[in-house]
Design a protein around this ligand. Structure first.
Ligand code: FAD
Length: 429
């Protein structure tokens, strides 16, 4: 007789605390078999085998595995296509229910639908939960039921709907993990290399959050929370973040709402993955000069703030938000390179890469997005530096050679500005 179990499938919710699906799995009265799949459909597409994200995920899993080992339990790891994994699990166990937290990216939705269909055909119950957001799918929509495409009214409605229960962090009285000894593969075993990235359990720094509105725009200051990677992989609970924001800082709350705004844009308008939200913007005649793109990627444009940002990204997998806006605008407007090129480069490098946020913000910078800055507002990198890095502290940190090795600017600002305005005008008017 095979053992009856409940399978909990970890994905982008790598924590034991306040995990909606996991908490539910423990209430079903059967041993809970926690599973993690290093999904070959995703990993085989990653060109760089020294990937910081994999190191982070591996570290987060290691921390959970140690905590589970203390209870005589362990995660069952696979390196495979999820469809194969569930076929195998059904051979080895009498799986009564499979529980997971919902993911809203188009590929993930397709994957989950296919797995759920397969399981249901085998008479396995499938239950999914909202966990990574406060409001999902069509929970925040206009009175006529259509999705919002502008942030301000979306945020207003989001706040109106928010009740304290929405961000209540749920503990669990009784863990019911299956007692088992499991082995976690090394990064090497799944074809990846170690990087210098180390997982640290994320913490809400209330002091930093309290003064967020005053410090967030200055890249030289540790003025933002650096929680994006934790939110990306669910090593922190969004409910805990919102509770902190409600108590300490309304501006920080508005950033968490931007995250959900872009998630619902992607959910309702999946065409944004390949197309401009505003179709006319797909008529822009991009210059797409490959040499200039390479200079931008390497941080060699001769604009010190742009170059510092790109070096921070290449060296650490992170870039401050203000500088992300400057570098993205520079690529689309100054170099007239298709935002999709920049988006793909960020996607490859960012440790906090999130399809919805990256796409939404790139389209914002290019002007093509749903709630984007008007196209004729072109960031001036020199003025941005004066305003946000006046003592050049950020630039000197990431681009220390800039004063010694003076690089000629890849393009003159005034010329680039006029050229961008012409190209945009020609496409849009
Ligand atoms: P904080 O300023 O402390 O904000 C708290 C959280 O709010 C962040 O961790 C993030 O989850 C969310 N948030 C903040 N700003 C935004 C925003 N503009 N849009 C959506 N969510 C936001 N963020 C990502 O998480 N993944 C990406 O792939 C990504 N790509 C970007 C690309 C460009 C061109 C730009 C301009 C911004 C991008 N952002 C992305 C948004 C933002 O830059 C980062 O979320 C932020 O810099 C992360 O630092 P933090 O955790 O200290 O954020």
């Amino acid at each position: 007789m095979k053992e009856e179990v409940v399978v909990f499938w970890f994905r982008r919710d790598l924590r034991l605390h306040d995990n909606k699906g996991l908490n539910y799995a423990h209430t079903l009265g059967l041993p809970v078999l926690p599973v993690f799949i290093f999904d070959t459909n995703i990993l085989d597409d990653l060109v760089d085998k020294a990937d910081r994200r994999l190191s982070y995920i591996h570290g987060a899993l290691g921390a959970m595995q140690s905590a589970l080992e203390e209870q005589g339990a362990g995660i069952l790891f696979f390196h495979d296509d999820p469809a194969n994994v569930f076929r195998k699990l059904l051979i080895d166990y009498d799986v009564r229910t499979v529980v997971f937290n919902r993911d809203y990216e188009p590929d993930a939705i397709k994957r989950d639908e296919a797995i759920a269909l397969f399981l249901m055909k085998q008479n396995v119950r499938v239950t999914s939960f909202k966990d990574q957001v406060i409001f999902e799918r069509s929970e925040v929509v206009k009175p006529d039921g259509s999705p919002y495409a502008v942030y301000t009214p979306y945020a207003k409605k989001w706040k109106q709907l928010l009740q304290p229960e929405c961000y209540l962090s749920a503990g669990i009285s009784q863990h019911n993990f299956r007692r088992q000894t499991t082995k976690m593969p090394a990064l090497n075993d799944i074809g990846f290399l170690e990087t210098e990235e180390r997982f640290e359990a994320p913490e809400l720094d209330m002091k930093r959050i309290s003064c967020y509105d005053k410090t967030r725009d200055y890249p030289a200051v540790e003025g933002t929370t650096r929680l994006s990677v934790a939110l990306r992989f669910g090593t922190i609970s969004i409910r805990d973040c919102v509770a902190a924001a409600m108590e300490h800082n309304a501006v920080w709350l508005s950033e968490l709402i931007w995250r959900e705004f872009f998630m619902q844009v992607l959910y309702h308008f999946p065409r944004v993955v390949h197309h401009s939200f505003k179709p006319k913007y797909d008529n822009i005649k991009w210059r797409n000069n490959e040499k200039e793109f390479a200079l931008w990627c390497e941080g060699k444009t001769g604009y010190p703030i742009v170059d510092a940002g790109m070096k921070q990204l290449n060296e650490t997998g992170f870039m401050h938000n203000r500088v992300r806006m400057i570098t993205a605008s520079f690529l689309c407007k100054h170099l007239l390179i298709d935002w999709r090129w920049g988006e793909a480069f960020f996607a490859q490098k960012l440790i906090d890469y999130e399809l919805s946020s990256n796409n939404g913000n790139w389209q914002w910078a290019a002007g093509s997005g749903c709630d984007a800055a008007p196209y004729f507002r072109i960031f001036n990198p020199v003025l941005q530096t004066k305003k946000f890095d006046p003592d050049l502290v950020y630039i000197r940190t990431w681009n220390p050679a800039f004063e010694r090795n003076f690089l000629p600017p890849v393009v003159d600002h005034e010329l680039a500005r006029k050229r961008a305005l012409q190209a945009y005008k020609a496409a849009l008017e």
